[in-house]
Design a protein around this ligand. Structure first.
Ligand code: FSO
Ligand code: SF4
Length: 545
């Protein structure tokens, strides 16, 4: 196997025996195979589209879902991945027929030519590994594109489950898949597609923002309980708001409480979700602490997206975990939606009724809900604080948390920031400092949490608004610094989106991506001033002076 898509990749260069995330070599091969099927389908769909032949929503939805399945720690279930390969082979055959019927000629790439015979799955999966591209710079740009597409697909899927779709985004995904399948694509073509991926990343985050806010209202300032109640609970993790909505509806009046975990915390900020009295709090921290925290939760757990840590054989909770959407784990029950998108959580609820209430591991509250609308509502206060010098700088510290010790940097950086600075956050990175009680500036909390990682979009909207208010010529002239922590591929699309908005001198850490080759890194440094982190003391000097 070879996989280098996340920040925890072995030695910073690639997992080759087994994933640090727990991914096995077989799973890695099936993911490579699935991705090659997706590239084939994307390429054919792109050619059909260019020729004006319609392919239907099923093709776009398949591409999106299959990309999502291959995100870090989303799906460890080989059979589920192979079922998607089977489905893809079927879709591909239908598209090939469509091409023949309409006289559309197709590129002769391996991904298009492969016949999809079951007996050839293993060999094709091995052939189509990341290392099929021998030139490390071309490989790097192709991977940067596909990893960005994976993040985009995740956000697109959440939006689509709330009935928001966008044909231009799907058309772009197909074009990008066709571009990276082309063995003759050169550096310039690939660099252009990387940057365009960022542009469509902004559009996808805007689409999801619209989907979430139209369905559930604008996030608002909210205090979230981190303690526990006396009734049994269901813990829901991941990013899908439609799932928590359905779970809240189905648990109402059953005597079961619902708790959010990790990236689901921001559900509390939405008026139409927080209205449920039995949505009682957030339990635990970021994804990587789940092995301990699921033990003490005592009740069932539902994964709606990625960030699964494989349990140890002794884990007491392993019979009470459920997955849905793109997530999966062998032996865990998977909840499918019916054809109307409805999911039946009755099995989870019945199980919860037999469980003990969660054991408290923390007490108190955390504050969040500062997506763009709430920040705009406070705009006068914020502008006044900047003009008077009460706020000297904003530091965007969005992104992911992770288990590496070097991530303590972010806790220390947040703690040592001068008192006239404000942290703008989103994603699970916040768990490194959202319980530090960093105080406020004239009533504005010093940690403003916009929401999930996709809500980094809010910080772009806020930055553009501040640019307008302060009459700045360039977004980079504002008193905003970007010190982003990354882990998986959603952070890749967030980064590409920020670059496409013209934001420069972004620091990413705790380490630079293994999939960025030295030459590609040089391009990113020369054009965007991209950098990483050093020590807290040094970085405080460069970022806040
Ligand atoms: Fe974190 Fe996981 Fe949202 Fe990621 S929970 S690491 S960037 O999924 O997607 O922030
Ligand atoms: Fe390694 Fe990350 Fe890939 Fe898992 S997702 S195999 S940890 S690079």
């Amino acid at each position: 196997m070879f996989c280098f898509q996340c920040q925890e990749t072995a030695k910073g260069t690639g997992c080759t025996i087994q994933g640090v995330c727990g991914k096995k070599a077989d799973t890695s091969r099936w993911q490579d195979l699935l991705l090659s099927v997706v590239r084939g389908i994307g390429t054919i769909a792109d050619s059909l589209r260019q020729a004006g032949v319609k392919t239907g929503q099923e093709v776009g939805d398949y591409i999106v879902d299959s990309l999502f399945v291959t995100i870090t720690n989303a799906n460890f279930d080989d059979q589920a991945i192979l079922n998607k390969v089977d489905k893809g082979v079927q879709i591909k055959r239908e598209l090939l027929d469509l091409a023949v019927k309409n006289n559309v000629s197709l590129p002769d790439y391996q991904e298009v030519k492969w016949g999809g015979e079951k007996s050839d799955y293993e060999a094709e999966g091995n052939r189509e590994s990341i290392l099929r591209n021998e030139n490390e710079d071309l490989r790097s740009l192709k991977e940067l594109t596909v990893l960005g597409l994976k993040g985009m697909a995740a956000y697109y899927e959440h939006a689509s489950r709330l009935d928001q779709r966008n044909e231009e985004i799907v058309a772009f995904m197909e074009k990008a898949l066709a571009t990276i399948s082309n063995p003759a694509a050169d550096m310039d073509t690939l660099l252009a597609i990387v940057l365009e991926t960022g542009k469509f990343g902004v559009d996808t985050m805007a689409l999801l923002d619209k989907a979430n806010t139209q369905a559930y209202g604008n996030p608002e300032l909210t205090k979230v309980n981190i303690g526990t109640g006396s009734r049994p609970g269901i813990l829901i993790s991941g990013h899908d708001l439609k799932d928590i909505q359905m779970l809240l509806e189905q648990t109402e009046g059953t005597g079961i409480d619902v708790y959010t975990h990790s990236e689901m915390l921001p559900a509390h900020y939405y008026p139409k979700l927080k209205k449920y009295k039995h949505l009682v709090g957030n339990y635990g921290n970021a994804w990587w602490k789940q092995k301990e925290e699921f033990e003490t939760f005592n009740g069932p757990i539902v994964f709606t997206t990625n960030c699964i840590v494989p349990p140890t054989p002794k884990a007491s909770y392993k019979d009470r975990v459920f997955t849905t959407n793109a997530s999966g784990f062998p032996g865990w029950k998977h909840i499918e939606a019916d054809k109307n998108g409805h999911k039946d959580f009755s099995e989870v609820i019945e199980l919860a009724k037999t469980c003990k209430a969660p054991t408290a591991i923390e007490q108190g509250e955390i504050v969040g809900g500062f997506a763009h609308a709430q920040v705009f509502a406070l705009a006068d206060k914020v502008v006044e604080a900047v003009k008077s010098g009460a706020i000297r700088k904003f530091i965007v510290m969005s992104g992911c948390d992770g288990r590496m010790k070097s991530r303590d940097y972010y806790t220390e950086f947040a703690a040592q920031l001068p008192k006239d600075t404000v942290i703008l956050t989103s994603g699970c990175a916040k768990y490194k400092y959202n319980k530090l009680n960093l105080g406020d500036i004239n009533g504005i909390p010093r940690v403003l949490d916009a929401g999930q990682c996709n809500d980094s979009y809010s910080w772009a909207v806020v930055a553009l608004k501040l640019k307008e208010i302060f009459g700045a010529n360039d977004i980079n002239d504002l008193p905003i610094e970007f010190n982003i922590a990354w882990y998986e591929q959603k952070a890749v699309i967030v980064l590409l989106a920020l670059l496409s908005l013209g934001i420069k001198n972004i620091h990413i850490g705790p380490t630079l991506p293994g999939f960025v080759s030295p030459n590609v890194l040089k391009v990113l440094i020369d054009n965007f001033g991209l950098g990483t982190i050093t020590t807290v003391e040094e970085d405080l000097k460069t970022m806040v002076g």
